[in-house]
Design a protein around this ligand. Sequence first.
Ligand code: COA
Length: 393
Amino acid sequence: MANASCMFTPTLPQFNKLKSSAIVPSPHPIFKRVVSCPSAVEDAADNLSPSEFKPNRLVGKGCKLIGCGSAVPKFEVSNDDLSKIVDTNDEWISVRTGIRKRRLITGKERMTGLAVEAAQKALEMAQVDPDDVDLLLLCTSTPDDLFGSAPQIQAALGCKGNPLAFDITAACSGFVLGLVSASCYIRGGGFKNALVVGADALSRYVDWTDRGTCILFGDAAGAVLVQACESEEDGLFGFDLHSDGEGYRHLHTGIKENEALGTNGSVIGFPPKGGSYSFIQMNGKEVFRFACRVVPQSIQTALENAGMPGSSIDWLLLHQANQRILDAVATRLEIPADRVISNLANYGNTSAASIPLALDEAVRSGKVKPGQTIATSGFGAGLTWGSAIIRWN
Ligand code: COA
């Protein structure tokens, strides 16, 4: 990858001359981000001879993961607790999934509250001031606001440096997609400090009378601070991302169909009724097969894109859906069990939060050490799946 700078920061006379829309003045006197494009460069450089002119490159920077944090609700529900509301038992759940307990939001707790706590911890570890965050990606399928919750998190963190904050919806693959998106914004967009938050409260969309799904899910948030760096320090070596809408039928939480009559009794259904979502619908066996098939392939492809052999991986960090999926993928990739990060026994499947939550625990316990390489992979509804080969710090 070229080592050229992706920033084109004009001097004042140059700026006065620039007319291109590629240079976007912010309401503030200082330009936070400037993305160059050839026409702007040509305009600015029309005093240069052709031999002196070198177009700016949009790529060339590295990005590294330098902070992580997580948060879980206080309320804990054991398998025995679940056996009091559905026909199940601890042995069935533990043997088939590896899950023993999960945390659920209650009362006034909100997904955004967990996300803010996780993000604060990541900023603290990274020693980055909230004002220096210029991108906040909230990976969630359960926002507290249908229009997106990322800007609320930005406000709660007190990020006053004019950051861009928005949601990414890709279910349990959300965090990996967010991580790769952050790296693209950094490498190609001139962003410096990106907070990638994975947070979900799927408990709101679980049918608590359905033993096939309610045993699996928990609520949580995790966050990672990704920072621009020189190419030599780069910490995202390769990735591989996919989606398959044909597989939607195996795992979804669709909008409830409006009933035939509108609120005024009209048969044409106008005005429309208020929208709401159904409970999580899942074909467990199909999702299981899908994960065991696509995840090893995807990690292999990400490794190939990174130009790295499987033997260079220190840790396998998968979306924490089911211990049997983790075991099957590790076996396929010939990664020993003691190099597989797993904390799903305590939290269940926390969707977009599961990877950063497990990473945070592994980093803070000293399991994952600076400089170590991690193969991570998310998979789930959509269907979506994706892998990334990353280096911690
Ligand atoms: N407790 C006790 N029995 C249960 C049960 C529960 N919680 N849930 C299902 N059963 C029963 C079924 O009714 C069935 O009974 P039957 O044989 O009398 O018909 C039997 O156990 C086997 O059910 P099945 O659905 O075939 O079990 P399974 O081995 O496929 O395990 C999952 C079910 C959900 C644990 C498993 O399919 C799975 O984990 N899939 C992946 C789901 C996932 O990860 N989703 C999120 C992806 S992001």
